[in-house]
Design a binder for this molecule. Structure first.
Ligand SMILES: *Cc1c(COP(=O)(O)O)cnc(C)c1O
Length: 216
């Protein structure tokens, strides 16, 4: 695996208005360091303990993104350093992120996760739930979180038309909400579907295996 080369070839496929999150879950520190030396500064993880260990070991100019499902009782462990939490799916979680960020005197960027996949296993809110969420009066009190946009995961399938349909749903809701909520991040696209995601207007892709190789 030539990590530097992988990053370079992925980046050559899109313009600089798309942000690359290198999803390094399960990979050892030395692999992340290779990506770092190739200029990568944004890393994504999906387990808090693992992310914290890596944050402690690696240079402090790295932005850490929590891309996976977050349990409310675990927020405190990443509040001191996490830059962005991609998968906020309920108000109780946002409230806790705000509370823990306040203790650290920080503002944590958050995305709302929309459920776009047809399969049942993925977390996330429906379009209606997201609209309701954003209309909630409580939000204005949460000054230590910044809602920057939406995130979604398409169905794991070879059916490109289905993936495209699912990303289009997310993109349409994003466009609808963007100006009234000052959104600037649309996080969609992984190794198997990032090209479709970029065509559908993604501004942030989360790539793991194509950079670091397959996970066990
Ligand atoms: C693991 C993961 C990724 C990266 O997956 P790849 O298919 O290896 O690129 C992206 N987003 C989330 C939420 C993940 O859990």
């Amino acid at each position: 695996m030539d990590i530097a080369k992988n990053i370079e070839s992925i980046k050559a496929e899109f313009t600089s208005d798309v942000t690359l999150v290198a999803v390094s879950k399960t990979k050892p520190i030395q692999d992340l360091m290779e990506a770092y030396e190739a200029g990568q500064r944004i890393f994504g993880e999906n387990k808090i303990q693992e992310m914290t260990n890596k944050w402690e070991a690696l240079p402090k100019d790295i932005e850490w993104h929590m891309v996976g499902h977050v349990q409310t009782n675990k927020v405190k462990y990443m509040a001191p350093y996490v830059k962005m939490i991609h998968a906020v799916h309920k108000m109780k979680l946002l409230k806790e992120i705000n509370k823990q960020a306040k203790k650290e005197n920080r503002v944590i960027d958050c995305l709302l996760q929309m459920k776009i996949a047809e399969e049942d296993s993925k977390y996330g809110m429906t379009k209606e739930e997201i609209i309701e969420f954003l209309a909630d009066e409580q939000l204005k009190n949460y000054t230590n979180v910044k809602l920057r946009g939406l995130m979604g995961m398409a169905t794991f399938t070879d059916d490109k038309e289905q993936i495209k349909r699912e990303f289009t749903l997310l993109k349409n809701l994003y466009e609808q909400l963007k100006s009234s909520h000052n959104f600037d991040v649309l996080s969609m696209g992984m190794t198997g579907d990032y090209k479709i995601a970029i065509e559908q207007g993604s501004s942030m892709i989360r790539i793991g295996s194509k950079i670091f190789g397959a996970r066990d």
